[in-house]
Structure formats: structure tokens, C-alpha cells
Design a binder for this molecule. Structure first.
Ligand SMILES: Cc1cc2nc3c(=O)[nH]c(=O)nc-3n(C[C@H](O)[C@H](O)[C@H](O)COP(=O)(O)OP(=O)(O)OC[C@H]3O[C@@H](n4cnc5c(N)ncnc54)[C@H](O)[C@@H]3O)c2cc1C
Length: 233
């Protein structure tokens, strides 16, 4: 009887786990069968769903339930605290597996080349997001001392950051923010948050849901000037 196909997947975020799920639903799962090992750098799986998605997005965070069901399948093993290539090399993987899938995501900020970017008080969103999502690699405290904050970029992450800064700590209390983040946000001094985009609102990349969510806060009133939505290519 042929042995099952052995597959290694590096990175247990949604891409890695859905890749495992797809393999289990493929023809090879029936014959000859498939056995999958997931190697994850962090102690726990789910990647940016755990450490990126904003805490006040419970519906998105909720996909961990579906991902968990995949990980519960007997053909899958998860090895946490395994950092490729420091703990396991490609040669190791090639020696023991028929195929290797890399799904390590994009965890670092892209370099922003503008004057002053290295000055004190300038941070990449990945670090701030990691802090409010309780990522174990970042410090437990964040200096929320600025009264005026500029957020550069108009994607969903920019709106996440602006929203977390604009909401009160108590509004986020029902979410899964850790106690150190609650305490940090309680001391947040920000009273003005400006989100800067290169072009006009019509070209902004965030989805309408992110903007609408700002309006759910009792402290925030969203006012849209129809003239701002004119499209300038
Ligand atoms: C701040 C932020 C907010 C977001 N909010 C939303 C949202 O509201 N809704 C939405 O749909 N999407 C959101 N996204 C996008 C979503 O999180 C990503 O599209 C999704 O997580 C990408 O999945 P992935 O598996 O490719 O990568 P990741 O989620 O990054 O997973 C990669 C995994 O690989 C692991 N890994 C990395 N390097 C190694 C290594 N060398 N060895 C072993 N393991 C490694 C990582 O620890 C991680 O667990 C957001 C993203 C960010 C950054």
C-alpha cells in the first residue's frame, strides 16, 4: 500500500491552514492519503488574524473557529515555536517531506522613504497593531502621550489604527484586548487624529465597513462632504 503524501507547511496563518484544508479536500487525501505538518514561529497559530486584525473586528477574528476545525483533523499536526530556517532548514524539510509550502505572510512594515521617518514618535503600524493585539514579540507598554496623531496612508490598517486611537479604552473592554492594552489605552492622550492620503477620498483604499465602524462609537460622528467624493483620476 502506498504511504500517504507528506507535506510540510511553514506558517500557520490563514493561508497555511487553508492550504492544509485544500489538501485534505483534494484527490490525494483519498488515495494515497495525506499527512500534513504545520511549522509555526509563534507559540500559537492563526497569524495576523490573532496579531493583526483589530480587536473590535470580532466577526473577522471569528474565522479562527473555522481554522481551528481544520487543525483538529487527525491528518494535521501543528508544531509551534519553530522558526524557519533557524530551527528547521529546507534540507531538513526536503529530507522528510514530499512537498513544502511556504505561507509565512507579510509581518513587517514596508519601508517608508520620507524625510523624518526615523524621528522619535514615528512608528510603523505593524508595531502599534502588534502592541494592541498582544503580540509577544513587542513591549507590553506603548507611549500614547501624543495629543495630535498623524496616520499616513488610507488603507484598512490606517483606519484600524485611527479607530483604536479614537475609541475609549472602555469601548474596547468587551473585546479580547489584554489588560496591559486596556491600561495603555486608558492613558491615551490623543484628541486629534489626522489620516493622510496621497490623493482624495475617492481613491482611499479602506473598505466602507471600516469607515462605518467609526460611526458606531458614541464619541465619533462621521461627516462626509459629498464634494470630497468627486473622482479625480
Ligand atoms: C493590521 C492588520 C489588520 C488586518 N485586518 C483585517 C481585517 O479586518 N479583515 C481581513 O479580512 N483581513 C485583515 N487583515 C489581513 C489578514 O490578516 C491577512 O490577509 C492574513 O492574515 C494573511 O494570511 P497569511 O496566512 O498569508 O499570513 P499571516 O496571517 O501573516 O500568517 C503567517 C504565519 O506565518 C508565521 N511565520 C512567519 N515567518 C515564519 C517563519 N520564518 N517560520 C515559521 N513561521 C513563520 C507567522 O508567525 C504567521 O503565523 C489585516 C492585516 C493586518 C496587518
Amino acid at each position: 500500500m502506498p504511504r500517504p503524501l507528506r507535506v510540510a507547511i511553514v506558517g500557520a496563518g490563514p493561508a497555511g491552514i487553508y492550504a492544509a484544508d485544500a489538501l485534505l479536500k483534494s484527490e490525494v487525501a483519498a488515495e494515497p492519503g495525506v499527512s500534513i505538518d504545520l511549522f509555526e514561529r509563534m507559540p500559537a497559530p492563526f497569524g495576523l488574524i490573532r496579531y493583526g486584525v483589530a480587536p473590535d473586528h470580532p466577526r473577522i477574528k471569528g474565522i479562527v473557529t473555522a481554522l481551528h476545525q481544520v487543525l483538529d483533523k487527525p491528518q494535521i499536526r501543528l508544531f509551534g515555536n519553530v522558526d524557519y530556517p533557524n530551527d528547521i532548514s529546507l534540507d531538513d524539510l526536503r529530507a522528510f517531506y514530499d512537498a513544502v509550502i511556504f505561507s509565512t505572510g507579510a509581518t513587517a512594515d514596508r519601508e517608508l522613504r520620507i524625510p523624518g521617518i526615523d524621528l522619535d514618535g514615528s512608528y510603523g503600524a505593524a508595531d502599534f497593531v502588534s502592541w494592541y493585539d498582544g503580540h509577544p514579540d513587542v513591549p507590553r507598554t506603548w507611549p500614547l502621550e501624543a495629543e495630535k496623531v498623524a496616520v499616513l496612508g488610507v488603507g484598512n490598517v490606517a483606519l484600524d489604527v485611527a479607530r483604536v486611537l479614537a475609541k475609549t479604552a472602555d469601548e474596547l473592554l468587551p473585546t479580547e484586548i489584554p489588560p496591559n492594552v486596556y491600561d495603555g489605552l486608558k492613558a491615551n492622550k490623543a484628541v486629534e487624529i489626522h489620516v493622510f492620503g496621497r490623493r482624495g477620498p475617492a481613491q482611499a483604499k479602506f473598505s466602507p465597513m471600516e469607515l462605518r465602524e467609526l460611526d458606531h462609537s458614541p464619541n465619533i460622528e462621521v461627516i462626509v462632504d459629498p464634494e470630497d467624493i468627486d473622482y479625480y483620476a
